[in-house]
Design a binder for this molecule. Sequence first.
Ligand SMILES: [Zn+2]
Length: 146
Amino acid sequence: MSTRPSRDEISALARKAGLRLTPQRLAVLETLLDSCDHPTAALICERTRQHVPGISRATVYNALDSLNEAGLINRLHFDHDSSRYCPNLVPHVHLLNESTGEVTDIHLKAGLRAEDVFDLPEGICITNMEACLRGHFSAKTTTSAT
Ligand SMILES: [Zn+2]
């Protein structure tokens, strides 16, 4: 499953939200789309400067705010740590590895909807999913085929 929105999808979402995709916003968005590690704003700023050397920290942070408000990206909060960002617009939850701090996108199994997984109140229509699963990866155990 591709979780990276196409240029057409991005343009359509921006248009729908009334957001003008300035070169700076596009540069920040492209940086995030190329990142699969749910980076912090500081990291996005650092990575964006590799393509756009003069871009200011304030411009990057403002672009992240605008893109988040327009629904083109998602801002994530984990406890008191810095916000992190996710460009994946396919409904999913996040898995936080408490040992490493690594955040991974977890999608519903094929064919399932949130309504199929959670015991929801009758009549609710799910429009967005924000959930975080936390855990530690245990050492893999090998099973012998005897
Ligand atoms: Zn995500």
